[in-house]
Design a protein around this ligand. Structure first.
Ligand code: ZN
Ligand code: FE
Length: 258
């Protein structure tokens, strides 16, 4: 059995800590800061950090790696085509690794960065560690790839089972849903989710993990093929978007200045 906790870092990052109680081993996803992980280990004597999983090279995801590796000897897994400090195990699309007895499939999702990977665990309760690609209610900015690449990466993730739990790296859900509401003012799933997330944030609580089914119903970046999204985008741009990819590209540009 695996337990998963969010260790907050910086202003809006979460470091996902996977724990296997039987062996008292743990693993962390995207430690942009070593301090929260070291504090957790100090508060849990007997536990060992065995693995570090990296989705992409941005500092808020990797800046704690070398210190954690030096202090714990953890093995570092990360994208093969990016510069990842301390990486022991280079990974690419289609690879499979075993961490804490969990088998994790690696899916290459270029867009936010060109080498960005996500980690998927197929099981009766599937898990996805989606980094800065699929967010709750949104998606990452397209920094290195093209909007078309990001669109196709998200479309691959959209094929995963609806009950997949989505563990992304940032607490952006509220602002993402405010944008989603602007895109689809009449979508009742978005209205209800926005109200719930507003309550959670007022109480200082986390809005994650999400599920893929909820994302498919309320995340505009997974809904570019829906008529109501296309109509809204067409109206704003005062032109016809001829493909879902074109709708996605306009959505991403709108969100960047929302
Ligand atoms: Zn990033
Ligand atoms: Fe990030």
């Amino acid at each position: 059995m695996i337990l998963i906790d969010a260790l907050p870092a910086f202003t809006d990052n979460y470091l996902w800590l996977l724990q296997e109680p039987q062996s008292q081993r743990c693993a962390v996803v995207d430690p942009g800061d070593a301090a929260p992980v070291l504090a957790w280990l100090a508060a849990h004597p007997g536990w060992q950090l065995s693995d570090i999983l990296i989705t992409h090279h941005h500092p808020d995801h990797v800046a704690g790696v070398l210190q954690l590796k030096a202090q714990t000897g953890a093995r570092v897994h990360g994208p093969a085509t990016e510069n990842i400090p301390g990486r022991d195990h280079p990974l690419g699309d289609g690879d499979c690794i075993e961490v804490l007895g969990l088998s994790l499939q690696v899916i290459g999702v270029p867009g936010h960065t060109l080498g960005h990977i996500v980690y998927y665990h197929a099981a009766s309760q599937p898990l996805l560690f989606s980094g800065d690609t699929l967010f709750a209610g949104g998606c990452g900015r397209v920094f290195e790839g093209t909007p078309a690449q990001m669109y196709h990466s998200l479309q691959r993730l959209a094929q995963l089972p609806g009950n997949t739990l989505i563990y992304c790296t940032h607490e952006y859900t509220l602002s993402n849903l405010q944008f989603a509401h602007a895109v689809e003012p009449h979508n009742t799933v978005i209205q209800q989710r926005l109200a719930e997330v507003q309550q959670l944030r007022l109480q200082g609580r986390i809005t994650l993990p999400s599920t893929l089914a909820l994302e498919l119903d309320s995340n505009p970046f997974l809904r570019a093929q829906h008529a109501c999204v296309k109509e809204q985008i067409d109206r704003r741009a005062n032109c016809q978007h001829l493909s879902a990819e074109a709708v996605f590209t306009s959505l991403r540009a709108w969100k960047n200045q929302f």
